[in-house]
Design a protein around this ligand. Structure first.
Ligand SMILES: Nc1ncnc2c1ncn2[C@@H]1O[C@H](COP(=O)(O)OP(=O)(O)OP(=O)(O)O)[C@@H](O)[C@H]1O
Length: 321
């Protein structure tokens, strides 16, 4: 559905000097350095996948999305969306994709939301019957009916984002590119947007590529994650793959009836500590399996509570960056 093959985007940054004279001479300067915003990235996203495209600030996420959607031309490499090149067949590709940039609205700021939808309907030549069906469906899914007649500039961020998401769906695209659709939203707004995206993916079978800094978005929505850093692909796999690759230890917390006297050190245990009367064990599952550790833990004393935890996704991501 989406193919990026050895994709590169390099920006030439011309050096500017300070002051008026400096900026005038800079106009004729050829001194520049190259920013490799996207550096030899390849991946494929299959129909119906929900992929998280993550990385730290400046990693190259937005640049990739802009190239995939035909807004930017790659320096080199090949892109296909639904079998078409967004660069060569931009208009056809535009009909197949929906885009949302969380940082900036694509709606007409001073017009009521309804008018933005009407303009998009005409742009995409959506038939009346289909459009009315769309309005009904998206009012059910996103409750946009309540503020359809409000100018976009007067909408709350959560309402505006719901409007933007609905607008991206007017022409019923197969693929959605979402760049930070939950940025700045409160918990309730995030929850309703996540529920909407989940429904789009599972019921409407939309293929979704999502960039976000919110790891809850990733955990709740994405079956696969692609991690990029400094323009390069660092990892492509499931969240579990990500956790394993990073090699953060698993955690076992044990509460004993009384503190054991003899705790034998085991190969694979990275750290042992006591917190609030609980024994906290950090261990490497590739060396010491959870059942083997459980066996030892019950030999050391009489546990009254045992909890096992996987590393928090935030920690995993922090470690990658
Ligand atoms: N038009 C441009 N001209 C020059 N450099 C650019 C341009 N657009 C992006 N860059 C640079 O390319 C790199 C990648 O930027 P990009 O916006 O793709 O990162 P990002 O991963 O989306 O970051 P963030 O999470 O902060 O949105 C950055 O170093 C940025 O400064």
């Amino acid at each position: 559905m989406i193919v990026a093959d050895q994709l590169n985007k390099h920006f030439k940054i011309y050096e500017t000097k300070r002051g008026f004279v400096g900026s005038m001479t800079s106009l004729f300067s050829t001194k520049h350095h190259l920013v490799k915003a996207v550096n030899d990235i390849s991946f494929e996203v299959k129909e119906g996948e929900f992929v998280g495209y993550i990385g730290p600030n400046g990693a190259g996420k937005s640049t990739t999305i802009k190239m995939l959607s035909g807004i930017l031309h790659p320096t080199s490499g090949k892109i296909e969306v639904s079998g078409l090149s967004p660069q060569k067949r931009r208009k056809e590709v535009a009909k197949k994709i929906g885009i949302v940039f969380g940082q900036r609205t694509q709606l007409w700021w001073d017009l009521p939301l309804r008018d933005s939808f009407d303009i998009l309907k005409e742009m995409y030549k959506v038939p009346d019957a289909k459009y009315n069906q769309f309005l009904k469906l998206y009012d059910d899914m996103l409750q946009i009916g309540k503020f359809m007649n409000t100018p976009v500039r007067k909408l709350s961020l959560g309402q505006r984002m719901r409007g933007d998401l609905a607008a991206a769906m007017i022409h019923d695209p197969d693929v959605l590119f979402l760049d930070e659709p939950t940025i700045g939203l409160d918990v309730n707004a995030k929850t309703s947007i996540r529920a909407f995206l989940k429904e789009l993916n599972s019921n409407e079978k939309k293929t979704i590529l999502l960039t976000t800094h919110d790891m809850d978005d990733i955990e709740q929505l994405c079956s696969r994650v692609i991690v990029i850093n400094h323009g390069q692909l660092v990892l492509d796999g499931t969240l579990d793959d990500l956790k394993q690759t990073i090699g953060l230890p698993s955690v076992m917390e044990v509460q004993y009836r009384s503190k054991p006297e003899n705790i034998e050190p085991l190969h694979g245990i990275e750290k042992m500590s006591w917190e609030n009367g609980k024994l906290i064990l950090l261990y490497d599952r590739t060396i010491l399996s959870s059942p083997a550790l459980l066996q030892s833990v019950t030999k050391w004393g009489e546990p009254i509570d045992i909890q096992m935890k996987e590393p928090e996704i935030e920690e995993v991501i922090r470690k990658i960056y």
